[in-house]
Ligand binder design. Structure first.
Ligand SMILES: [Zn+2]
Length: 294
């Protein structure tokens, strides 16, 4: 199978998968429970999630390894299980994907801050290296570093994944919209700054995930495209901003609503479109239908 970016160079628009976290909670993951432990203890449930996105028509699915770095796993006393939990995560998604669908090994932030010196750049590099190697060993085609807010952490993760695996490396950051100053991550990074730094660091695909519904993601893509017209762009949009009421979180954007903006986000320069928090296989199936019709 040709690699992700080759497909994009042929002019294909690709569809990614939807939320995993929301899905895990629906399946009974309790607050305070380690999601990655389910890769070995409830692998059937993880397989179901992966499979449901394959059946929805996604061209690629992620792995249940977002918090699978040693720092996050240490919160559960599982820092010695990085290899096992990440390899299992990739194996489950690989099994669900078969040979035609890409598997993206999910890598999230460590939760440790470089600016407060609670972690060094070497420690971050080692953590991302260890996780990426395990995801590749389990069968991941690409590594997707996501929900990043610190540009330096993102850059180190891209380097660690690309220098230690033969996977393609995707990196997406999470932006918040400020009516006065526009889009920035929690750590103050703009889409333009991200683009320059991550392309230089060697990312094959960049973009944004989480934090925004599809309308604001269209504006983020336009901003990225002002700085770089070639780099493939991946967007994982939330199903809108979460609404909390009566102890429950819901997401306002329906599958039809999101699908209704897909043409526009592709015209803005998106190459891969999928969902983040609140999106479901139904969202992905509707997005698939629009992409197929274009
Ligand atoms: Zn999200």
């Amino acid at each position: 199978m040709s690699r992700l970016t080759e497909q994009i160079q042929k002019g294909r628009i690709l569809v990614s998968d939807g939320a995993w976290g929301t899905f895990l909670h629906k399946k009974g993951l309790k607050p305070g429970e380690c999601p990655e432990l389910w890769n070995v203890e409830r692998s059937g449930d993880i397989f179901d999630i992966a499979r449901s996105y394959v059946e929805a028509g996604a061209d690629m699915i992620e792995t249940n390894s977002f918090g699978g770095n040693r720092f996050k796993l240490a919160n559960y006393g599982l820092e010695d299980k990085v290899y096992e939990l990440n390899k299992s995560a990739a194996e489950i998604s690989r099994r669900a994907a078969g040979s035609e669908i890409f598997v993206l090994g999910s890598v999230g932030p460590t939760g440790k801050m470089l600016i407060t010196e609670e972690v060094t750049t070497d420690e971050l590099y080692e953590a991302f290296k260890e996780q990426s190697i395990a995801l590749e060993a389990g069968g991941a085609d690409a590594i997707v570093i996501e929900t990043m807010t610190d540009l330096e952490e993102a850059r180190i993760a891209v380097k660690a994944a690309s220098e230690n695996t033969s996977c393609e490396v995707i990196c997406t950051m999470t932006f918040d919209k400020d009516p006065g100053t526009g889009f920035h991550t929690m750590m103050g990074v703009s889409p333009g700054e991200m683009t320059q730094t991550l392309v230089e660091a060697g990312a094959s695909v960049i973009g944004a995930n989480c934090g925004n519904g599809i309308a604001d993601m269209i504006d983020i893509v336009k901003e990225i495209r002002q700085f770089n017209s070639d780099i493939p762009v991946l967007i994982h949009a939330n199903a809108g901003m979460p609404v909390y009421s009566n102890g429950e979180t819901t997401f306002p954007e329906s599958p039809s609503f999101m699908a209704g903006r897909v043409k526009e986000i592709i015209e803005a320069g998106t190459n891969i479109i999928g969902g983040c928090c609140g999106t479901t296989p139904e969202h992905i199936a509707k997005i698939r239908r629009v992409v197929r019709s274009l």
